[in-house]
Design a protein around this ligand. Structure first.
Ligand SMILES: [Fe+2]
Length: 208
């Protein structure tokens, strides 16, 4: 069984996640915020891996703070010159360090074990070429692919409305009671069952 700890940041309205396996205490972090060291006592947790749902800088500014503790993983679709340059510039500006090394090893169907739970990687391009979601036992970490209030923008270089549409259609095939944990909240809700956001997603499909 995995506990989901949602970490809310005021900057960018970012939602990061610390997943903790109840049995072993093993932890996995998703999209660490820049001030992660103030939010989580990293010395007290066993961090096995860090996953970036995608490499837009708001989701990677905490990488430098956690890179000595665990490998940072992402999808190879995020290996673009544009994203690498943007990440280097922002990392230098905010952390005074070059961004740490990322292993681009997560692809569609990859699995990440956390304790006895198998987390499955869903490649959901559209917001960016290598955007991913993580799915396990009735939960979906949805990054910037879908939010409670809407979907990820597609007007950043590498974005694609057509691909986002396909990704949303695939998410809609998941069980309706899947709890969706998004990468941002722009309203008052920070997670919701897929069934509750399905009408909004179906509407989005008609306009994308
Ligand atoms: Fe993004």
């Amino acid at each position: 069984m995995i506990d989901v700890h949602q970490i809310e940041s005021r900057s960018f309205s970012l939602l990061s996640y610390l997943l903790v396996d109840q049995e072993t205490g093993a932890c996995l972090m998703i999209d660490p915020p820049r001030d992660i060291k103030k939010r989580v006592n990293l010395d007290e947790i066993t961090l096995e891996s860090v996953i970036n749902s995608h490499l837009h800088p708001d989701h990677t500014l905490g990488n430098a703070a956690v890179s000595s503790q665990a490998p940072i993983l992402a999808h190879p679709g995020e290996r673009s010159f544009f994203l690498r340059t943007l990440n280097s510039l922002l990392s230098m500006l905010f952390t005074l360090r070059l961004p740490p090394r990322i292993s681009f090893t997560l692809t569609q169907g990859s699995t990440v074990m956390l304790g006895n739970t198998c987390l499955e990687v869903l490649h959901t391009p559209g917001h960016s070429p290598g955007s991913i979601c993580l799915y396990w036992e009735g939960n979906l970490i949805s990054g910037d692919t879908v939010f409670v209030e809407g979907v990820g923008r597609t007007d950043i270089p590498g974005g694609s409305s057509l691909k986002l549409k396909n990704s949303i259609e695939r998410i809609l095939l998941l069980p309706p009671d899947t709890m969706v944990w998004p990468g941002h909240s722009y309203g008052t809700r920070y997670s919701a069952p897929l069934s509750e956001i399905t009408p909004m997603l179906r509407w989005v499909l008609t306009v994308l």
